[in-house]
Write a protein that binds this ligand. Structure first.
Ligand code: PLP
Length: 392
């Protein structure tokens, strides 16, 4: 049994407020904070190169820890500075010819869609959207009808930024692979809150961030690339870390996913990410997933019982993101009023998931995302505060 009180004491921020924005930027635990600050201090004492050399083993271990978390191997992991960087770096390394097709899902994240559209414009490829089924999950029948050998890549969002939906992955991968298409999974909202095994999911690549459910520092993220696939890919940018300069006109890209890494990075943040992942591994992803789901289910049932509150989560299995609106009150004003009571939620706007929000006629939703460190008392305060808003 894990002691929630101990986990909360490790999380200074959660004692001051009811923190329900782990889908946005979570509260790092004390060991992450100590690592990041400690390393910045050390850089100031001895210089960044010496400080990094002192932590060489720990820096190497970051990829190993991430690999362990998602059932991969260290050579399949590239450390980058955000989920968007990971997604875009992989996407832009796939050669696209005129007429090639790229499929996105209806809950696609804005930054991914923008990169896909941008690249399609340059290459003559076409971007198409696989609709959602009536439950909100990706419509597998529609995907089956749409997919053919001209589809180069299917982009799937595991959990969207604007709701508790969990998309099926394996079924999409099987359909895509039957037609020779790659699957890139945006796991930004699932890594750290759901158990992930890339072997079971079968995806070709996966992008994730550090600051959300992993509770790592900002400016961190990673890209997973399956097996030897990285060898066939041509990153848009490579430097003296991702490749070797052999002669005046020859260079040799790294054989593994590290060809997607650049040499310079925020070493303190990267060490912090490693500690965040190890912290989660020591707690257990299953524990985290259960606690998060329990908190979110409780929010859904308590808010769902309030008059005038509408819940907007789609799907059949739901996870730790709860979205809602209150009739007659702007989502931003709900967020601000809750902030006055030291309750942190955020607003997810139409432009982040344009296709899905437009299809549902939604402009903005309030998003509450409880991590395992949120207590029952916190959830009661939250439900009470929302109830208060509905009565005004
Ligand atoms: C937050 C988010 C991203 C972007 O992550 P960054 O680390 O900010 O680049 C991508 N996809 C989804 C679904 C997200 O919620």
């Amino acid at each position: 049994m894990l002691d929630l009180e101990r986990l909360r004491l490790d999380t200074p921020g959660c004692l001051e407020r009811v923190f329900l924005d782990s889908a946005g930027s979570s509260l790092p635990p004390q060991p992450v904070l100590a690592t990041v600050i400690g390393h910045l201090r050390r850089e100031a004492e001895v210089g960044g190169y010496v400080a990094a050399a002192e932590r060489a083993d720990d820096l190497t271990a970051v990829r190993t820890s991430i690999a362990q978390l998602i059932g991969a191997t260290a050579p399949e992991i590239a450390l980058v500075d955000s989920a968007t960087r990971a997604w875009c770096d992989f996407f832009t390394s796939i050669p696209l010819r005129p007429g090639d097709r790229v499929l996105l899902s209806q809950v696609e994240y804005a930054s991914n869609a923008i990169t896909a559209l941008h690249r399609a414009k340059e290459t003559g490829a076409v971007v198409e959207v696989v609709p959602s089924d009536p439950t909100g999950r990706i419509d597998l029948d529609a995907l089956e009808r749409m997919i053919d050998d001209r589809v180069t890549l299917v982009s799937l969002v595991h959990v969207p930024t604007n709701g508790g939906l969990i998309n099926p992955v394996r079924e999409v991968v099987d359909l895509a692979h039957r037609h020779g298409a790659l699957v890139l999974l945006d796991a930004c909202q699932s890594v750290g809150q759901l158990p992930i095994d890339v072997g079971e999911l079968g995806v070709d690549a996966l992008s994730a961030t550090g600051r959300k459910w992993l509770r790592g520092p900002r400016g961190t993220g990673f890209l997973y690339i399956r097996g030897d696939l990285a060898r066939e890919l041509k990153p848009m940018a490579m430097d003296l870390h991702g490749a070797q300069w052999l002669s005046p006109d020859e260079y040799l890209p790294a054989a593994d996913a590290s060809r997607f890494e650049l040499w310079e990075c925020d070493v303190a943040a990267r060490l912090g990410l490693g500690v965040a992942v190890d912290y989660l591994l020591s707690i257990g992803v299953d524990y985290a997933a259960r606690a998060i789901a329990t908190g979110a289910d409780r929010i859904r049932s308590e808010l769902g019982a309030l008059p005038g509150v509408r819940l907007h989560d789609l799907g059949t299995d739901r996870c730790g993101i709860v979205t809602f609106t209150i009739d007659g009150t702007e989502p931003s004003s709900i967020r601000d009023r809750l902030a006055d009571s030291r309750i942190t939620v955020t607003v997810s706007g139409r432009s982040s998931t344009l296709l899905d929000m437009s299809a549902r006629g939604l402009d903005a939703v309030v998003r509450a995302s409880p991590h395992y460190f949120v207590s029952d008392g916190d959830l009661s305060r939250f439900a009470e505060a929302v109830g208060q808003l509905t009565r005004e």
